[in-house]
Design a protein around this ligand. Structure first.
Ligand SMILES: [Zn+2]
Ligand SMILES: [Zn+2]
Length: 278
């Protein structure tokens, strides 16, 4: 790994609800969490149940300084946060960012709102790390230092969610979860947001065939992600937020069809890494 390395590792790719069993063992059942490495910086996108193993791994690797970005506060994107080891390390430094659309609550309000009885046994006062909450205005861009630029985008999801675009070392990566598209309509602003990115991680909860039954649930399809990447010169596409009931065999089949539809399209597996800069 070079000093300029830019890569993403998937620690949880399941949407909505953690799931386990032999039929989901290869793609994994942990909910959304991704580690993005930019040189010597570590960024974490969402802390679903996959964030527990990620946090343990960061601690084992001696990584104490972490920037965490939460797309939105649905359970499948935050449930691992109170199990995130760097928060319990006295020498840890953890910045937690979230952006808000309709919801006026701050990042701190949102965390203190669910890390507490009766939902959880303890309060965040047990986080002994130096942890700070940061609020982003959705739509704004952020300079994270060390040559890392972050742009944000308001996604179409019940209660709102934030899409991210990370640019580093001349490459860029978009994380678009959770987002519902309007059937038959191309989302031009979202297309412009992902235009030219080298990888698009995308909410592929449903297929085009399934989506009409789930209008209003806040999710998209791998086919729409591919159409958007194709129209705006982005990608390849990495599908995440797999339905809890989707088996490994079904995800394999979808991956084959998606790869034939557009070369390079993949259905992400838990533990998989995609390298943008080696
Ligand atoms: Zn979700
Ligand atoms: Zn959601």
């Amino acid at each position: 790994m070079s000093e300029e390395s830019f890569r993403v590792r998937f620690w949880g790719v399941r949407g909505s609800l953690a799931t386990c069993g032999p039929e989901v063992a290869r793609y994994g059942g942990e909910t959304i969490s991704m580690e993005v490495t930019c040189g010597n910086r570590t960024l974490v996108f969402d802390v679903g149940t996959g964030g527990r193993r990620l946090g343990n791994d960061l601690s084992e690797r001696g990584i104490r300084n972490v920037d965490v970005f939460i797309s939105h506060f649905h359970y499948d994107h935050i449930e691992g946060l109170p199990f995130f080891a760097p928060l319990y390390s006295a020498d840890g430094e953890v910045n937690i960012y979230s952006a808000h659309g309709r919801d006026a609550l701050s990042t701190r309000d949102l965390i203190e709102g669910f890390v507490r009885p009766p939902y959880f046994p303890i309060h965040p006062d047990k986080f002994v790390a130096d942890w700070r909450c940061k609020d982003i205005v959705v739509g704004n861009a952020l300079d994270l230092g060390d040559g890392i630029a972050l742009a944000t985008f308001a996604l179409n999801h019940p209660g709102g969610a934030t899409g991210y675009r990370i640019t580093y070392g001349g490459k860029s990566l978009a994380i678009i979860t959770d987002n519902e598209h309007v059937i038959g309509t191309r989302d031009e602003p979202l297309g412009r947001f992902i235009a030219g990115t080298d990888l698009v991680i995308y909410d592929a909860m449903y297929t085009d065939e399934e989506l009409p039954r789930y209008v209003g649930y806040g999710h998209s399809t791998w086919e729409e992600g591919v159409r958007l990447c194709e129209a705006f010169g982005a990608g390849p596409l990495a599908a995440i937020h797999h339905r809890p009931l989707r088996t490994d065999a079904e995800l394999d089949d979808l991956g084959v069809i998606a790869g034939k539809t557009r070369a390079g399209t993949l259905f992400a597996k838990q533990g998989q890494e995609v390298v943008l800069i080696p």
